[in-house]
Write a protein of this length. Structure first.
Lengths: 113, 112
């Protein structure tokens, strides 16, 4: 159990475009979703925490208007990188919470040209 | 920042040797977890040790936890080339946020 999927796994886009990343918990419901970002050769850094049906809480230094999080259902959360720039190129990982245990998606690699 | 520190940042060993990675953290924790990440891939959960435990084993993995020093170590015995990956510790803090905080990671290379 506890299968998490992310789509797409890879995306390359032009600077200025918006990219939506989907995260699904396939066999459980998650009221809380964490979104992490990982730059090359660095650790995972928490970007934001979202609870189903309410607004996300963003970590310091993460622009809420740039990284839009929607957690409309207990099995789906989306992260939209708006007006992406090359410095947004990173590995984005979602992590739904199930009974106090965090599970991790396989990640989405974003490359902004 | 609650992020932990790991050392060494990089470790290169011969196949068959043991690999030891250390993690230090800053706050009181409920548990500490170790994860593995192959290059460009997702995280694989390896082992969880609770704050009231001092040592835990899983196959070729041995984890220790010293809450007085706020440190943990991961030992991989009889390493294999397939163990080549980055290894991260992650802490579940007792107070405040309910998310995991990740260490800086150790990049392990096992030479066949």
């Amino acid at each position: 159990g506890a299968v998490v999927s992310q789509h797409p796994s890879w995306v390359i886009c032009k600077s200025g475009t918006s990219v939506k990343i989907e995260c699904r918990s396939l066999d459980f419901q998650a009221t809380t979703m964490f979104w992490y970002r990982q730059f090359p050769k660095q650790s995972l850094m928490l970007m934001a925490t979202s609870n189903e049906g309410s607004k996300a809480t963003y970590e310091q230094g993460v622009e809420k208007d740039k990284f839009l999080i929607n957690h409309a259902s207990l099995t789906l959360s989306t992260l939209t990188v708006t007006s992406a720039h090359p410095e947004d190129s990173s590995f984005y990982i979602c992590s739904p919470l199930r009974r106090e245990t965090q599970y991790f998606g396989p990640g989405t690699r974003l490359l902004v040209l | 920042s609650q992020q932990g520190e790991e050392d060494p940042q990089a470790l290169s060993i011969q196949e068959g040797e043991n690999a030891t990675m250390n993690c230090s953290y800053k706050t009181s924790i409920n548990n500490l977890q170790w994860y593995r990440q192959n290059s460009g891939r997702g995280l694989v959960h390896l082992i969880l040790i609770r704050s009231n435990e001092r040592e835990k084993h899983s196959g070729r993995l041995r984890v220790t936890l010293d809450t007085s020093k706020k440190s943990s170590s991961l030992l991989i015995t009889a390493s294999r080339a397939a163990d080549t990956a980055s290894y991260f510790c992650a802490t579940d803090p007792k107070t405040g946020a309910n998310n995991l905080f990740f260490g800086t990671g150790t990049r392990l290379t096992v030479i066949p």
